[in-house]
Design a protein around this ligand. Structure first.
Ligand code: MEV
Length: 307
């Protein structure tokens, strides 16, 4: 049987359109894969498994790799076009890309079930007790309505003019989730209202009804503020986007910094306003339905080095 000596795979990051934090407590959320990715290349090498190159510097990387890779014989290259630690699912994309690349090295293809199951073990290294939303969306691609513990439901989402604005501050997901947990039950009504808002937004997302989606984002953001996960930097970018004509804006991900998403009938003035203030911002394309190009695992045949 031929033995692959190298393999490469990638997986997309995601944006949570509605429902972060509430999803941890069993409420629905809607998230969509984006056109930015983490790529993993694996090579058979002599000696211990190790990181050969990475565009990410994170102490949790090695334990994360050890979750699925053998202790010896694999060299790893990591590359991501996602802003790291900003709520766009760079760790989830790494988890899924790693599972895909390992399967490709073994000469097979990882299906969604395997990516979700093994990817969750890797996500737990990064985030303790995540809801599973991030890596599930990365594995499935497209847009998904997700309830913890239930099979994810792919949903249609119209092409949306979305702008991502980066606070350039990494939010600490574990601490933010723990903070919300500590504020329960006082925040339970807001968490439930966020869950109800998610389901009200599903048909608006399918229609591409920007006014309704924008109003929904504004309400979601207000409730995220009330549960204590917004920040001055987030609020400033939400305000900037709205003043520049966005129909609505909210933090996306765990908060405490991270990115803000804005839905804007005309993204140009939002991007221009961000540029004037020196705020990194970019238009983003969400993936709905799933894009097969998000899963192009490839392998290189050939003898592995001894060792
Ligand atoms: C983080 O991207 C989303 C949170 O809802 C946490 C989780 O779902 O695990 C804040």
């Amino acid at each position: 049987m031929s033995r692959r000596r190298a393999a490469e795979a990638r997986a997309p990051g995601k944006l949570i359109l509605f429902g972060e934090h509430a999803v941890v407590y069993g409420h629905p959320a809607v998230a969509a894969a984006v056109d930015r990715h983490t790529t993993v290349r694996l090579e058979r090498i002599a000696g211990p498994t190790r990181l050969l190159s990475a565009t990410v510097d994170d102490a949790r990387l090695l334990p994360a790799l050890a979750t699925v890779l053998p202790p010896r014989g694999i060299g790893v290259h990591l590359h991501t076009t996602l802003p790291v630690g900003r709520g766009m699912g760079s760790s989830a994309a790494l988890a899924v890309a790693l599972v895909r690349a390992l399967a490709a090295l073994e000469g097979r293809r990882a299906d969604v079930e395997e990516c979700v199951r093994r990817g969750f073990d890797i996500e737990r290294i990064f985030h303790g007790t995540p809801s599973g939303l991030d890596h599930t969306v990365s594995a499935l691609g497209g847009a998904v309505r997700y309830v913890r513990g239930q099979p994810p439901a792919p949903i249609p989402v119209a092409v949306l003019p979305l702008v991502v604005l980066d606070t350039e501050i990494a939010g600490d997901t574990d601490a933010l989730v723990a903070g919300v947990r500590a504020r329960r039950p006082a925040v339970d009504a807001d968490l439930a209202a966020i869950g109800a808002l998610v389901d009200a937004m599903v048909p608006a997302l399918a229609r591409g009804d920007l006014a309704t989606i924008g109003a929904g984002m504004n309400e979601n953001q207000q409730r995220l503020r009330r549960i204590g996960v917004s920040s001055d930097a987030v609020d400033a970018l939400v305000d900037l986007a709205r003043r520049a004509g966005a129909a609505g804006a909210k933090l996306a991900g765990a908060g405490g910094g991270g990115v803000v998403i804005a839905v804007a009938p005309d993204p140009a003035p939002v991007l221009a306003a961000a540029a004037r203030r020196g705020v990194p911002a970019f238009a983003v394309e969400i993936r709905s339905p799933r894009d097969p190009a998000d899963d192009p695992a490839t392998g290189t045949e050939g003898p592995a080095p001894p060792g």
